[in-house]
Design a protein around this ligand. Structure first.
Ligand code: MRU
Length: 339
């Protein structure tokens, strides 16, 4: 297998040209058909991009949130109204804590500036912060990859759910970061990508990303995972996370919980890979995690009279089903995450 990670785009990136600050992102709704890059100077467009899943995945929406505030500051006349804009940005989606974490970090950056510093200084500080957060994101992902690869045996067939890849981060990915690091060590035979109903992040994004990076990938429907495990075809499951509570309960894309239960039944290790920015130290356990409810149209394109739709975007996997949580600091038993 020859890896081609250079074929993967930077998913989100802040930049500056003669007309000022801009934010560029892959519009993930257009994949796999088209690798469409969008460029905007309008912070509200960034908020919309997060809401409609043009930009999605916990670390990527965190970076987009900080960048949205940087755009707001770049084109504002004074600092008045910044906290209101920050609140609009931070509440674009409720489940991934990375969004709130990144916006709070951006606010703190400006809050720490000396009295009397103006909007121009704040805009510069936020631009530099977002650039630094992008570099940090990739570095964290690569460390997650190194820690995770140590858990992967040679010849592994790995099952993943949703997209916790380069497309969900600035670059490299979390769960797929582990796959890339293990593949670089020659340990990955194949990745099985769950389709991930109803939005199809696995079908549209993970399979595209892995094929583009040169990793052998087989797409399956979500309801095929149990049969695959029963046949002995899966050596490990690796997924990402949107929010992790202190006790190691993990919120991730809907369907993750079921996969963890199936993995336990078949004796397959179940790994969660996420940066420390996904850990929410305020939450004792997963019961406090707000689960985003999304439109019925994602499940049922044509409404049927008399039929209601339940469409939670995430579920919570209890810590007891998780073999290790892999962060940039190491691979932990869920109960040991908080030392
Ligand atoms: O609704 P999405 O596509 O934003 O959901 C994304 C996920 O659930 C990912 O698995 C998670 O954010 C980890 S991304 C590194």
């Amino acid at each position: 297998m020859e890896l081609h990670l250079e074929n993967l785009p930077k998913t989100v990136e802040i930049g500056r040209d003669a007309d000022g600050v801009y934010f560029e992102y892959v519009d993930q709704r257009a994949l796999p058909g088209e690798l469409r890059m969008e460029r905007t100077r309008d912070w509200r467009q960034v908020v919309d991009a997060v809401k409609v899943l043009a930009v999605r995945g916990a670390p990527a929406i965190g970076l987009a949130g900080a960048a949205a505030l940087a755009l707001w500051a770049a084109y504002a006349e004074s600092l008045e109204g910044m906290r209101d804009a920050a609140e609009v940005i931070a509440t674009a989606r409720p489940t991934a804590v990375n969004l709130r974490w990144a916006v709070d970090r951006a606010l703190a950056e400006v809050g720490d500036m000396p009295d009397g510093a103006g909007i121009a200084a704040a805009a510069d500080a936020l631009f530099s912060l977002v650039e630094a957060m992008q570099v940090e994101d990739e570095a964290r992902n690569r460390r997650i990859g190194e820690h995770g690869a140590g858990l992967i045996a040679p010849g592994s067939r790995i099952l993943t759910h949703c997209n916790a890849g380069s497309l969900a981060t600035y670059y490299y990915g979390t769960a797929l970061g582990v796959v890339y690091a293990a593949a670089e060590q020659g340990k990955v035979e194949r990745v099985y990508a769950d389709e991930t109903r109803p939005v199809g992040q696995g079908a549209r994004l993970t399979s595209w990303e892995l094929a583009r990076a040169g990793v052998p990938v087989t797409l399956i429907c979500d309801n095929m995972a149990a049969s695959l495990m029963a046949k002995g075809e899966v050596d490990a499951v690796i997924v990402g996370a949107d929010r992790i509570a202190r006790n190691g309960d993990v919120a991730n894309k809907i369907g993750t919980y079921g996969l963890a239960v199936i993995a336990r039944e078949h004796g397959v290790p179940f790994y969660v890979a996420a940066p420390s920015s996904t850990v929410d130290p305020r939450l004792e356990d997963g019961r406090g995690i707000v689960i985003e409810q999304r439109a019925a149209s994602e499940v049922l394109a044509e409404p049927i009279e008399g039929v209601e739709v339940w469409n939670p975007a995430f579920d919570v996997t209890p810590a007891r089903f998780i073999t290790r949580i892999i962060t940039e600091d190491g691979a932990f038993e869920p109960s040991a995450l908080f030392g």
